[in-house]
Design a protein around this ligand. Structure first.
Ligand code: ZN
Length: 135
């Protein structure tokens, strides 16, 4: 079976990540799928999805610190919206992740969470799609 649902995230700063693991697990729960795969995608061109550490908040801080050094807000960018750095960061990180499902649970390591990565916030209404495939 296939279940599709969208989940919302409200972001509070220009760059941040939000742990959406429990919302994604909620979609898996409501799907009834016990064994399969879950695909989580960002529905924006300036936001990404990744899996990373949920224990030490400094991991997130370092993630954005380094990304901001790699892709700064270069004045030479031509895109009129002024957020080319956000578009580039989103593509570097990637727009989706896949997580296996076993016994009805997302298969993640002890320290892993699924993160929605904001690169052009704050935004009141950001969407991710969650597609659950399995049986
Ligand atoms: Zn733009």
């Amino acid at each position: 079976m296939v279940k599709y649902e969208e989940i919302s995230v409200m972001t509070k700063s220009r760059t941040e990540w939000a742990d959406i693991t429990s919302s994604v697990q909620g979609v898996v729960d409501s799907s009834g799928v016990r064994s399969g795969i879950c695909i989580v995608s960002s529905l924006h061109t300036t936001a990404a999805i990744t899996i990373n550490e949920n224990a030490d908040p400094d991991v997130g801080r370092d993630f954005f610190y380094k990304l901001n050094k790699i892709v700064d807000r270069d004045a030479a960018f031509r895109h009129g919206e002024g957020n080319s750095d956000s578009h580039i960061k989103a593509s570097l990180v990637g727009f989706s992740c896949q997580v296996p499902i076993q016994d009805g649970k997302l298969v993640l390591g002890t320290w892993q969470s699924v993160y929605f990565c904001e690169f052009d916030g704050p935004r009141g209404h950001r969407q991710s799609s969650v597609t659950v495939l399995g049986e």
